[in-house]
Design a protein around this ligand. Sequence first.
Ligand SMILES: Cc1cc2nc3c(=O)[nH]c(=O)nc-3n(C[C@H](O)[C@H](O)[C@H](O)COP(=O)(O)O)c2cc1C
Length: 192
Amino acid sequence: MADSVSRRVVVGISGASGIPYAKDLLETLRRVTDVEVHLVATEGARRVAADELDLPIDELAALAHVVHTNRDVGAAIASGSFRTAGMVVVPCSATTLSKISHGICDNLLTRAAYVHLKERRPLVLVPREAPLPLPTLEAMVKAAQAGATILPASPGFYTKPKTIDDLLGFVTQRILDLLGIEAARAPRWKEG
Ligand SMILES: Cc1cc2nc3c(=O)[nH]c(=O)nc-3n(C[C@H](O)[C@H](O)[C@H](O)COP(=O)(O)O)c2cc1C
């Protein structure tokens, strides 16, 4: 894989609470990496972002290098021949998680996730829901069996976080680690 290709990632944002996690990831990718970010957001994401962000989601999208329309199932990231280093869906709603676990490709985000599973590339799903009902738990198992990594948006406290930024950084760091992207966003256990 050519270097520029391996530095490409897809960031999907769906309509779960936790849009600030997506914002933190996009800001971190811009600030500390040379990764080419392809962004796709659902209508649900736009709705939740209106409540959770102090800026329109389109301004958030400006942090990405390429912004795709969720309706455009003919976009580059809909094809397995368009190479990437991986994809993350953050936050990942129960709806989107369920679709991905069943191989449903009814929009660009779910199609891109399907492509990452079929091409055996890293796919990180960051659900936020709580508590979790059986259908969502089962969808998590199915997605994990298909090759996805389920990374709940549940930051650890062993690093003694003091701010919301610290909590966001914890999750961002785990996402970047799982995608194999070097970035010092948060302290590590016993690494100083
Ligand atoms: C303010 C707000 C917060 C929401 N939080 C969550 C959530 O944390 N998890 C979840 O699965 N759905 C949540 N939802 C519901 C989803 O947005 C909804 O099911 C939507 O259809 C998901 O579609 P999408 O996956 O295409 O974005 C929330 C909705 C709103 C308006």
